[in-house]
Design a binder for this molecule. Structure first.
Ligand code: ZN
Length: 313
């Protein structure tokens, strides 16, 4: 166990527990920026399954208080949509629940270890975190059953937001939990996945015929959110192509660009990291191949005027 001290931000903006369909809830944490994610609850008559946990100890404890309000038995399983700490740091607080995720989700949690982002983000009071990677892993597809709720867990098929993105699809209710394949109101972040792969993932998401989408960050939405995400990915690819042709760096290309309709998305500095990924791929890197994260992230801070990235987790 280790304790990471940081500045105490005190106030947590009140999360919203959204009743989507009988026994299906979205836990929406405003404002959906860095490290402030969404979770899901599948509540059967006797037990419950969660979709993701939160970034800090106190955020996960608050989530679990909300879980108790709407469930009628123990949390038996937690599904991780991908390995990022905002979705997985709280896994250990659900013990003895079984954590389920993609094989590479487990590998990436173990490889990433505890948070080490001094100077990158505004200080965060993580509380206690014990790494709890998925104990049940799969490559392509597995199902969970909770009362009469049947959840299909699908790997999205290729690197996109990360190398291990899965969705939770509840076909009988047409509800889709997308994890961070969808940011609603925030800038997409593809540094650890693939920009072209993200475009392919959006096509795959559209095939689920969902009525309700619970994104990884931001308010509950529907399939119409995908259009803007597609335009953003194409914007990044186009900018990357022009930067390579002109021999311009990712940071300079980002600085010289008007983000247009995407300027209103939160965490806009992600453009720099996304460009790094797109240019890396155009120069021959395989989708999802490890990138120089230190450079990508340092340059996002530089784009942000040298200030740590805003974080109220
Ligand atoms: Zn993520």
């Amino acid at each position: 166990m280790s304790r990471h001290h940081g500045h105490d931000h005190g106030h947590i903006e009140t999360p919203q527990l959204v009743d989507i369909d009988t026994g299906i809830y979205a836990y929406i944490q405003p404002d959906g920026t860095w490290w402030i994610n969404n979770c899901g609850i599948l509540a059967g008559a006797d037990d419950a399954v969660l979709v993701d946990t939160c970034s800090t100890e106190r955020r996960t404890r608050l989530f679990l208080e909300n879980v108790e309000r709407v469930t009628h038995g123990p949390v038996r399983a937690v599904v991780n949509t991908h390995h990022h700490g905002d979705h997985t740091h709280g896994n250990w607080l659900t013990r003895p629940a079984a954590v389920i995720g993609h094989r590479r989700c487990r590998e990436s949690i173990i490889a990433s270890g505890l948070p080490h982002f001094a100077g990158v983000f505004e200080p965060v009071d993580w509380g206690d975190i014990e790494l709890e990677p998925p104990m049940v892993t799969f490559d392509d597809r597995i199902d969970v059953h909770c009362g009469d709720i049947h959840g299909e867990l699908h790997y999205i098929g290729a690197p996109a937001h990360t190398t291990n993105d899965i969705v939770v699809w509840i076909p009988e209710r047409r509800v889709l939990f997308t994890g961070d394949l969808v940011f609603n109101g925030g800038t997409p972040f593809m540094v650890m996945g693939s920009v072209e792969g993200s475009l392919a993932a959006l096509d795959r998401l559209a095939e689920f015929d969902a009525e309700v989408i619970v994104p990884g960050h931001g308010p509950v939405c529907d399939l119409s959110v995908l259009d803007r995400l597609r335009r953003y990915d194409e914007f990044v690819l186009d900018l990357a192509r022009r930067a390579i042709d002109a021999g311009v760096s990712a940071l300079d290309a980002a600085r010289d660009t008007d983000l247009g309709e995407f300027a209103e998305l939160t965490d806009s500095e992600r453009i720099v990291g996304n460009l790094h990924r797109a240019m890396f791929e155009m120069n021959g890197a395989e989708h999802g191949a490890p990138i120089d994260l230190v450079t990508a992230i340092t340059e996002m801070v530089a784009y942000n005027g040298g200030k740590p990235l805003s974080c109220s987790a």
